[in-house]
Design a protein around this ligand. Structure first.
Ligand code: PAF
Length: 280
């Protein structure tokens, strides 16, 4: 595995792959890697001859007051995991390789996909994500890129951007990886103390119960209220629990794929999760 920090060196390697006719898969990350990221790497390996993993803690997707400064940074440990997994390139650019002096472009996906739920609670977040992913796609020019379904709304934003900008990149969603008790793996889980970690399991449980209720024919509003009560009892402060159409993020439509998503804080840690809901 090569650790590359400069665009010129990245381009030279990518040209070699291209001349050899070797397709490239990209796994964009912000580091602090865990088994969820490694599932993306495994999926990438199955899809392309060459795998590039990027690690870049993207300042543009953090609002003032969010956890940019304390976001976990563990490049040496991450590099070891990626090298053990046999990836080809760790693309770890400094800020100026992504946002050089004078950088003035922002990619914004319009509509409910990026304006509701996390879009409403984290203004500017999805513009930051769409911009950095568009930039990474332009730098790495992959055939395929892997994103976790844990960030389900992000996945939808990136899919829309990839199509709208004719990137030619196939955006693949990889199922969420979970701890044994069901908590979705996240780099932010390390912020949880022992007590918070024990209570955090209420998040997947509440979503699971609500999804089963809706699938049985319960009124979605009642099922969501039950989930909210479970989360509140566990000590969560809720940003949202919502059922949306899985593609448009508008109101759910019977007979079409629906998704139940939640974001809630336990202590100072904001967790998100989501689950597919049969909605007939
Ligand atoms: O999901 C993440 O880790 C980030 O949002 C991403 C896609 C790497 C963009 O910075």
């Amino acid at each position: 595995m090569q650790i590359i920090r400069r665009l010129e060196a990245l381009r030279a390697m990518l040209t070699e792959y291209s001349l050899a006719g070797e397709p490239v898969a990209l796994v964009p990350t912000m580091g602090a890697l865990h088994a969820g990221h490694m599932a993306l790497v495994d999926a990438a390996r199955r899809r392309a001859a060459r795998v590039v993993v990027s690690i870049f803690v993207n300042p543009m997707q953090f609002a003032p007051g969010e956890d940019l400064a304390r976001y976990p940074r563990r490049e040496a440990a991450d590099a070891q995991m990626l090298s053990d997994a046999g990836i080809d390139i760790l693309w770890a650019p400094p800020v100026e390789e992504i946002y050089p002096a004078g950088f003035a472009t922002s990619v914004s996906v319009a509509g409910p996909i990026s304006s509701v739920l996390d879009g409403a609670h984290r203004p500017g977040h999805f513009d930051g994500v769409a911009t950095v992913v568009a930039k990474l796609f332009a730098q790495v020019r992959p055939q395929v890129a892997m994103f976790g379904e844990k960030d389900f709304q992000q996945l939808a934003v990136v899919r829309r951007m990839a199509i709208d900008l004719d990137t030619g990149v196939e955006v693949v969603g990889v199922p969420t990886q979970r701890d044994d008790d069901g908590l979705a793996l996240s780099s932010r889980n390390i912020y949880l103390d022992t007590d918070e970690r024990a209570r955090a399991v209420a998040l997947p449980r509440a979503l699971g119960e609500a999804a089963r209720g809706i699938a049985r024919g319960d009124d979605p509003a009642t099922a969501i209220a039950t989930a909210q009560a479970m989360l509140t009892r566990a000590g969560f402060a809720i940003d949202y629990v919502a059922l949306v159409d899985a593609d448009s993020f508008g109101d759910p439509v019977r007979g079409r794929p629906a998704r139940l998503l939640a974001a809630a804080r336990i202590g100072t840690t904001r967790l998100i999760d989501n689950i597919a809901v049969p909605f007939d």
